[in-house]
Design a protein. Structure first.
Ligand code: FNR
Length: 378
């Protein structure tokens, strides 16, 4: 309504309300290197395409003549009631698309009461991001270092900065084969912006003879093997469990047996995700993994979903297939690229309005009532 009313006065939205057109606009604005870092996937891009194709195979079955004039998008995660079932996914190095980076994202998230998940690879230190987020909901995403002192230091600082849940990303213990970034010889983590958190961490600095500003190669040599090249194991999760008293969510689960192990390890949640097709080329679509995983463990822990969410209908489909809430990623990064905080707000408001309308038009009053019977697979 707001947009149509403004249109009567001759004003159009500054940016498209459609995720594909937003991506095109961001492509026009960004340099090719950062654009492709965001938009690109692993290998041939097969997994990234599969993520979208999987959404197209499920269709909503609209119901009529129901009382749906008042809709309820709220959901409760780990005892906290949220206005909508949408969170901002962890996205590192946001400084490569806009100078305000994570600070803009944190402000937009707080303004719209949408939780933000801050990446370990943030361009800006976690205390500053927390301050920008104010009394918003924030979770911390851990890229798990192979150095327990640095790990515990990150957890401790995150706790003190008001991050309530810990999201441990399992699928990116090393970076995948990403042809766009390889062809551009572009690794934003080594451009300076991505190093803020590990480089600013006291336990990380304690292992260096000189500060990074005086000896960058030594700092990078300490950083690389600590965050890259080797996976952790299920057994090691006990360190995190013992040192984080809030909820722990494992991100990157795509298999029922792994989901069961997450339950056994005392985890509170999982994100069914393939990292937006950025890690394993030729992997199954995240949405195709969701029904079986949610069916197996959905009553024992909180199942979240990402990889391919672009529209309100996508949110409905993921929730109907078993997710409690979804993470939005690339689209908000395009909003950030186009107009900083206002751009992220625009993307979030568009998605939430689309979700609200589509939910009602499909005949549902709340996201809580969505189930597989709302969908048909074609
Ligand atoms: C990511 N993602 C990500 N995930 C994570 O756990 N930590 C991180 O630092 C990042 N960084 C990151 C950067 C960029 C540029 C992108 C596009 C993605 C993955 C992200 O959280 C999410 O899983 C996927 O992006 C979901 O796929 P779609 O919906 O964006 O296609």
């Amino acid at each position: 309504n707001e947009i149509y009313l403004q249109g009567m006065g001759g004003t159009r939205p500054a940016f498209s309300t459609d995720a594909t057109r937003l991506e095109e606009a961001a492509r026009g604005k960004l340099e090719p290197e950062p654009f492709w870092y965001v938009a690109g996937g692993a290998g041939s891009g097969a997994t990234m395409r599969a993520n979208r194709e999987a959404f197209d195979r499920w269709r909503l079955v609209p119901r009529m003549l129901r009382e749906v004039s008042e809709r309820d998008l709220s959901t409760t995660l780990f005892g906290t009631r949220l206005a909508s079932p949408v969170l901002l996914a962890p996205v590192g190095v946001q400084g490569i698309v806009h100078p305000d980076g994570e600070l803009a994202t944190a402000r937009a998230a707080a303004a719209l009461d949408v939780p933000m998940i801050l990446s370990t690879a943030s361009s800006t230190g976690m205390a500053e991001v927390a301050e920008a987020n104010g009394d918003g909901h924030r979770w911390y995403q851990l890229y798990w270092p192979h150095d327990d002192e640095v790990t515990l230091s990150l957890l401790d600082r995150a706790k003190r900065a008001g991050f309530t849940a810990l999201v441990v990303t399992l699928d990116t213990w090393t970076l995948a084969w990403r042809p766009h970034d390889l062809d551009n010889a572009y690794l934003p983590f080594l451009k300076g912006t991505g190093l803020a958190i590990p480089f600013g961490d006291p336990a990380f600095l304690a292992g260096l003879a000189k500060p990074p500003a005086e000896d960058l190669p030594a700092a990078i040599l300490r950083w690389l093997p600590m965050f890259n090249g080797r996976s952790h194991t299920w057994e090691q999760l006990s360190l995190l469990r013992e040192n984080w008293d809030g909820p722990i969510v494992l991100k990157g689960i795509q298999d029922v047996a792994d989901a069961r192990r997450a339950v056994d390890a005392g985890m509170d949640g999982i994100v069914v995700s393939n990292h937006g097709g950025r890690q394993v080329d030729g992997a199954i679509a995240a949405l195709d993994a969701l029904p079986a995983v949610a069916g197996a463990v959905g009553d024992q822990l909180t199942v979240l979903f990402d990889s391919g969410i672009r529209t309100g209908a996508d949110v409905i489909k993921a929730i109907a297939l078993g997710a409690k809430a979804v993470l939005l990623a690339r689209p908000y990064v395009y909003g950030l690229a186009l107009d900083g905080e206002a751009g992220v707000r625009h993307v979030l408001r568009s998605l939430l309005a689309d979700l609200d309308l589509t939910l009602g038009l499909a005949g549902h009053r709340s996201v809580a009532e969505l189930g597989a019977d709302c969908l048909q697979r074609i």
